[in-house]
Write a protein that binds this ligand. Structure first.
Ligand SMILES: [Zn+2]
Length: 300
């Protein structure tokens, strides 16, 4: 059975008007159920990741400092979300849920986490709403246990996954394919072989062409697992993005990625990534659409 994990049952306080779209997570979960895309029993609460697993990708001092709330104020501020014990619980559950989605996808071919995609977090600091790097932790944990040998990360969030790149670029078992906007945060990109910067206002046609060609260049490599960061901040109406994809363009993007996984018989674990439309309804709709396309391709 398909299992999709969520972490929004850990609620954390945010100041009024904060840019982090905390409301989107539960709206997506409700939308997936009310539109009959997922059954209630297919949704599972995420378990918190252990400290030991966080140490696989991060500086133990940083991990301990974040969990206890004793990090220097500059580092806490850089993460972009006000620290609280409840926020720590949410972060741990989000990373844990990502690992559960990876494990589940290896059994049945597809799984997802209704959160995650914290691709900006680096070795000893977080940034851009990312405290710990979920993909890096999961890759290192899976590789360490010899569950998989080669992993492909497909990161299609509008912002470059600078944390993924800095933590994993020298790991021969991980390939990162990343398509992002050139003139957007993070302004210092970390180069990897399959990292492509797109110009502002890139439209559906050019984006999908670039995606297809990029994936085609990877078709002869062998992978045991795909981790897909399906950020919908590529939408034209996103408040933190600057590409010009339409709702249909994003669905076609997801169809291309899911078909690549399905055709090559490589399990895929999906995380949400960014999405900051105002109002948040377009973002929620686009994330739900990703699951509509997943259901169509993976037939669950
Ligand atoms: Zn983003």
């Amino acid at each position: 059975m398909i299992e999709i994990f969520y972490s929004d049952h850990y609620i954390f306080p945010l100041p009024e008007g904060h840019r982090f779209p905390a409301e989107k997570y539960s709206l997506i979960r409700q939308g997936l159920i009310s539109n009959n895309i997922l059954l209630t029993e297919q949704l599972k609460p995420a378990n918190k990741i252990s400290k030991k697993d966080l140490y696989l990708a991060h500086d133990p001092q940083y991990v301990d400092g974040f969990i206890k709330g004793t990090l220097e104020p500059k580092k806490l501020k850089k993460i972009g979300i006000t620290w609280s014990p409840q926020y720590v619980e949410r972060v741990l559950a989000s990373v844990g849920g990502c690992f559960q989605a990876c494990s589940s996808s290896l059994k049945v071919g597809f799984s997802g986490l209704l959160a995650g995609g914290t691709h900006h977090a680096g070795f000893d600091e977080g940034e851009g709403f990312c405290a710990f790097n979920d993909f890096a932790i999961c890759c290192l944990k899976l590789l360490q246990s010899n569950i998989v040998k080669n992993i492909l990360i497909i990161d299609l969030d509008v912002h470059q996954g600078n944390g993924n790149a800095s933590l994993l670029k020298n790991n021969p078992s991980v390939t990162i394919f990343c398509l992002h906007s050139r003139k957007n945060y993070p302004f210092r990109k970390v180069q990897t072989p399959y990292s492509i910067s797109l110009e502002e206002n890139t439209n559906d046609e050019d984006y999908l062409d670039c995606l297809s060609k990029g994936l085609n260049s990877l078709k002869d490599k062998s992978f045991d697992l795909i981790l897909y960061q399906a950020g919908v901040d590529v939408l034209k109406e996103d408040s933190l993005g600057n590409l010009s994809l339409t709702m249909n363009g994003v669905m076609e993007r997801d169809r291309i990625v899911f078909s690549f996984s399905k055709d090559k018989n490589i399990p895929l674990a999906l995380v949400l990534g960014g999405g900051y439309s105002k109002p948040i309804s377009s973002t929620v709709k686009a994330h739900i659409n990703t699951y509509i396309v997943a259901k169509e391709v993976f037939k669950f």
